[in-house]
Design a protein. Structure first.
Length: 285
């Protein structure tokens, strides 16, 4: 039965060429070429030989820290009689002729040598707008007033959650077209689960063996709830407020006393006689 698996990811500048080689099993990824079923490059600018050359240009010409590509990975149902056609139709509907892309299908083997057919759709966020551009002008900054003088603009919709919700819905529709009775799996929410309310901590206390119980009588077991009563928090909060007020009052009192001493010292200094008003000793002119 189909899983409906879909993965959505992005690649930054400097990673595009290597990932394009991975999809086509080229270069250092040639050791995995036995599971490569199909590769297709489409919507490339003028003069670009293949998607590898295009994404190499993206690595060198996109701005620093910019997104060089988006990728959609989809698991192909075992019930699909023509997986390559199924993947092509998906790519045509999702990106059409708007984005340069590389489409590759792999048949990796999972646990127990179970075949895992899936395809990767790697595409540029830049959009063809009908203006003829070569690879040198394609990655320039877009000019909204005069598009012919600038590069291809980036479609910002791919960074929004609404776009990827449509992609998942599209995958479900493609799978259900093959398997009408298939039900799309419910995605698990990433929201944190609500914290459970803790049960009261109960301690069983057995009665002391030295007691007044008669022969044949058993000791009672008492259940003690160790949780603090709810009103204790209100009492603590009130006590804390009162303590803050007392501290503020003490600080104010200390400041008043300091100012009083300062004023007293100033007054005492003003009552002292000056040098001119002091009496001169006898015999002095």
């Amino acid at each position: 039965m189909a899983s409906g698996f879909v993965k959505i990811s992005k690649g930054m500048k400097g990673k595009a060429k290597s990932h394009a080689d991975y999809l086509a099993r080229l270069g250092r990824f040639k050791v995995k070429e036995r599971d490569l079923c199909f590769v297709e490059d489409a919507n490339l600018p003028e003069g670009v030989a293949d998607a590898g050359a295009f994404f190499r240009a993206a690595d060198s010409r996109e701005r620093k820290g910019g997104i060089a590509y988006w990728e959609v990975t989809v698991s192909v149902p075992f019930e699909c009689s023509d997986p390559i056609y199924w993947a092509k139709q998906f790519a045509r509907e999702l990106v059409g002729d708007r984005h340069p892309y590389r489409l590759a299908m792999h048949t990796a083997f999972g646990p127990g040598d179970q075949m895992n057919p899936h395809f990767h759709l790697m595409f540029s966020p830049r959009v063809h707008d009908g203006v003829s551009r070569n690879v040198d002008t394609f990655f320039k900054r877009a000019n909204t007033r005069d598009p012919e003088k600038g590069g291809a603009r980036k479609d910002r919709i791919w960074g929004k959650k609404t776009a990827w919700a449509k992609v998942r819905a599209m995958v479900n529709r493609f799978v259900q077209a093959l398997i009408p009775e298939w039900i799309a799996p419910v995605r698990k929410s990433r929201a944190p689960a609500p914290r459970p309310i803790s049960a009261p901590q109960v301690v069983e206390v057995e009665a002391s063996p030295v007691s007044a119980f008669g022969p044949g009588e058993t000791a009672a077991v008492a259940s003690v709830d160790l949780r603090p009563p709810l009103d204790i928090y209100a009492d603590l909060e009130l006590e804390l407020k009162n303590l803050v007020q007392l501290l503020r009052a003490d600080l104010a009192k200390a400041e008043i006393q300091r100012m009083s001493r300062k004023i007293s010292m100033a007054n005492s200094n003003s009552n002292l006689p000056t040098n001119a008003s002091r009496s001169r000793p006898p015999g002095m002119a």
